[in-house]
Design a protein around this ligand. Structure first.
Ligand SMILES: [Zn+2]
Length: 199
């Protein structure tokens, strides 16, 4: 039996590396891309290329944006005294949706023994430096309400124990084990409104 073309195999392998895409789905997507209009398939490739060239991590808050500092960090109308610490850039969009108007710090992940993610793999050192140099009146730890998010918040609370301002955590109204990217906007708005003090 003739083996499949190597370029097709490479595409399937690449798609299979994406989160949530198993080998069967990868194969289905690859053949879909070979079946659709060539321009449509190439536009997908171009969109990936464009976004990877244009979008970078902001050097202040580490969220993703085409400009550095990002749109949020350079917006002086936002509350410069409030800092919300999140795990992932996707969560920035959620908090924007529910009307949060302070600044952010994106950790770029959370501590995880299972995945071998250590404090030095996150932007914790940069966070501490920012808080040290900054004029924040409040730092809110908005990591996810699951095991790893809580562990990360505990470590941060410990490291920020010398912080002179208010240290807070999102309200307990968030269902335990849920994720910020999935809860409803009303629950998230309540969680930020009712944040509790850790200091
Ligand atoms: Zn920024």
């Amino acid at each position: 039996m003739a083996s499949r073309d190597r370029t097709i195999e490479t595409l399937i392998e690449r798609l299979n590396r994406l989160p949530g895409i198993g080998p069967k789905t990868a194969e289905r997507l690859a053949f879909h891309l070979l079946r659709v209009d060539k321009d449509e398939a190439l536009q997908l490739a171009k969109a990936i290329e464009d976004v990877r060239r244009a979008v970078k991590n902001c050097s202040m808050c580490f969220q993703l944006d085409a400009s550095d500092p990002c749109g949020v960090c350079s917006d002086t109308s936002r509350d410069q005294a409030m800092l919300l610490v999140v795990e992932d850039p996707r969560e920035v969009s959620r908090f924007e949706e529910v009307g949060y108007r302070g600044l952010y710090h994106v950790l770029q992940g959370r501590l995880s023994q299972l995945e071998g993610i250590r404090p030095e793999d996150l932007t914790i050192a940069q966070l501490l430096k920012r808080v040290d140099n900054g004029t924040f009146a409040e730092v809110c730890l908005a990591t996810n309400p699951d095991l790893e998010g809580e562990g990360t918040a505990r470590l941060l609370a410990d490291k920020l124990s010398q912080f002179g301002g208010k240290l807070t955590r999102l309200a307990r109204g968030l269902p335990a084990g849920s994720s910020i990217s999935q809860v409803s906007s009303s629950i998230l708005a309540d969680a930020i409104e009712g944040r509790r003090s850790l200091s």
